[in-house]
Design a protein. Structure first.
Length: 632
């Protein structure tokens, strides 16, 4: 066992040795610290650039190119064949060189004992440090916002229009919508400036296609310019014409879009019927319209037979010659046809053309007239009057107005509708009319005789009798129970054509008679009238009046009285093909008051003008005061 002295010596020896080792180590570290003073540790690089052993200034020089590149490497955003370049240095990005140098110099100088280990390891373990970067995101965002503001745009349809006042063709370019994705672009820009080397991206943006291609707009504009470059002459076969000036053409043109696929939409020059009607409708109608004419019939006003039976009688249709006078087709300016033709002409740039016009068929064309042409006199009647009376001129005037009236199957004939009011300004003259039971003169008096004549012609034609009214009292010149009075607008003679053909109404008159004849296709082989005896007789009353037109002791008959009575007439229609129709007409005639005037004057007055006839005149209204007056 070693002695204590021996142990003590060993301890002293170890202590001396340890102290020496520490001293050597401290000398070595001191030497290392001295050698590496103000220099970067070995095996040190920044962004791949070796800066080992360099002083701070040397590090700055060594990193200059790298810093320049990092701050100027472009970030490119491509959009619609344009490039938009962001330079990092100009967008708030830079390299903190001093900070980078400080970071490099700080390696192995962070304090004991770590700095000792770092310095020792630096001889065999490399370290690549990052550049110290400064990024101002707000500046990059501002750059992106400015770019987006310039590139963002709404969709513009574009197209072609016309300034009608200046006759100028205007075009608007078409473009799709662009909305830049700002957030994504900022993120890409920030990442790119922080990464070495240049970067290129397609600009993040939401877009829609251009609706109408530039070529389509240009082609259509050229077509429209050609269309309005000069006047357009429209003509018809009869040399009617209409020249449309460029301003008119510009007002007519509409540009329509066809298709719904963006980029494939077509523009078309169109003239619409609405524009045609608005711009040239009235003028076109005035220049080109020709009204159609109806076919008509020609027949003698004097029938091949005379029929004037006052009592029982039978009439049978008589063959007659009725010629068809052809109608004429009309024409009309038609906005639909014109719009189609104008569209074609203006697209092709044609300056003169025959205008397409609509044919307007008559409501009674020649073919229909042939089909319905009358073959017989189906009914005729003649009544008589004394020559030279004023009333005769009214009867003859009305006969001339009615002559040639055409009644097609199913239509109704009306004297009042054809003639209208029979007033003096139409040439009718005052003549006898029954007003409240007394005969007085009014315009158109006497025309009830024509009503009676027409009624009898229709009666014996076997057609449908719709409206008539007998005179209030019996007038001997008319067939008893087969007569009719007129008073516009209420008292009328109406019948409906219920035959298979047209009915042509012809009239004739002489100085002593008037005749109405119906030409048509017979529905009856014979029509008969049978009259009853007069029944229910009622004697007339006498009214005495005074007048200063006669001297005392003299009197005159103003109105001769007639008795009233009732009579019936039965019409029997023997139908073509068999069968009969019968109708009984009952007429109640009221008495005609006898009016006598007695003189009161002391000297004779000039004699009154003679009456038109024997005083047994037409006219009739023995009904209450609110009933119409008879034009007779």
């Amino acid at each position: 066992m070693a002695s204590s002295s021996t142990v003590s010596r060993r301890a002293r020896t170890l202590s001396i040795a340890a102290g020496g080792l520490v001293a050597v180590l401290l000398i070595a570290l001191g030497t290392l610290w001295f050698v590496q003073r103000d220099a970067v540790l070995p095996n040190t690089s920044v962004a791949g650039v070796d800066i080992s052993g360099l002083s701070p200034d040397e590090v700055r020089d060594r990193l200059a190119d790298t810093v320049e590149a990092r701050e100027t490497d472009p970030v490119t955003f491509a959009f619609e064949d344009e490039e938009h370049v962001l330079v990092p240095r100009e967008a708030g990005f830079r390299i903190d060189v001093d900070g980078t140098v400080d970071a490099a110099m700080a390696r192995g100088r962070s304090g004991l004992p770590g700095d000792i280990l770092t310095r020792l390891r630096a001889f065999r373990q490399p370290a690549d440090l990052d550049l110290v970067e400064v990024t101002d995101r707000d500046v990059i965002t501002e750059w992106v916002e400015s770019l987006a503001d310039r590139l963002d745009r709404p969709e513009v349809r574009g197209g072609v229009a016309i300034d009608t006042g200046q006759v100028e063709v205007l075009t608007t370019p078409s473009q799709g919508e662009v909305v830049v994705d700002r957030d994504t672009t900022v993120q890409l820009a920030v990442s790119a400036v922080r990464a070495p080397g240049p970067d290129a991206f397609d600009l993040p943006a939401a877009t829609t296609p251009q609706p109408i291609a530039d070529e389509e707009i240009a082609t259509t504009a050229a077509q429209v310019e050609r269309a309005v470059a000069a006047p357009l002459l429209l003509q018809a076969d009869d040399d009617a014409s209409l020249e449309l000036a460029p301003a008119d053409l510009a007002a007519l043109i509409t540009i329509e879009e066809h298709g719904d696929v963006p980029g494939a939409i077509e523009l078309q020059l169109v003239v619409t019927p609405e524009r045609v009607e608005e711009v040239i409708g009235e003028l076109g109608a005035a220049r080109f319209d020709i009204s159609p004419t109806r076919a008509s019939y020609a027949a003698s006003r004097t029938p091949p037979t005379t029929f004037d039976a006052q009592l029982d009688a039978t009439f049978r249709p008589v063959s007659a010659s009725v010629a068809v006078e052809p109608g004429r087709t009309g024409r009309a300016f038609d906005a639909e046809l014109a719009a189609l033709q104008l569209t074609e002409l203006l697209r092709e740039g044609i300056r003169e053309a025959r205008l397409r016009l609509a044919e307007v068929e008559s409501d009674f064309p020649t073919s229909r007239a042939e089909e319905l042409r009358p073959t017989h006199v189906i009914g005729t009647f003649t009544t008589y009057y004394q020559a030279g009376q004023t009333r005769n001129r009214n009867i003859q005037l009305l006969a001339d107005v009615i002559d040639g009236a055409l009644v097609l199957p199913g239509e109704q004939f009306s004297i009042n509708e054809i003639s209208g009011e029979r007033s003096c300004d139409k040439g009718y003259e005052p003549a006898g009319t029954i007003v409240r039971g007394e005969l007085v003169d009014t315009c158109g008096g006497g025309t009830s005789q024509f009503g009676t004549t027409t009624f009898n012609a229709a009666f014996f034609a076997g057609v449908q009798l719709d409206q008539w009214r007998a005179h209030s009292w019996y007038i001997s010149r008319y067939p008893i129970g087969r007569e009719a009075t007129l008073s516009y607008p209420v008292l009328d003679v109406r019948f409906t054509n219920n035959t298979d053909g047209a009915i042509l109404v012809k009239t004739a008159h002489t100085s002593t008679s008037v005749t109405v004849t119906l030409y048509g296709i017979p529905r009856a082989t014979a029509v008969s009238a049978s009259h009853s005896e007069r029944t229910q007789p009622r004697p007339f009353q006498t009214e005495i009046r005074t007048t200063s037109e006669l001297v005392r002791g003299r009197e005159r008959v103003v109105q001769s009285g007639t008795d009233g009575f009732t009579v019936t007439v039965t019409r029997t229609v023997e139908l073509v093909g068999g069968g009969t129709e019968t109708r009984t007409i009952t007429t109640v005639y009221v008495p005609q008051t006898r009016i006598i005037e007695r003189g009161t004057a002391t000297r004779a007055a000039p004699p009154p003008p003679p009456p038109d006839d024997d005083g047994d005149d037409d006219g009739d209204d023995d009904e209450p005061d609110d009933e119409p007056d008879d034009e007779d």
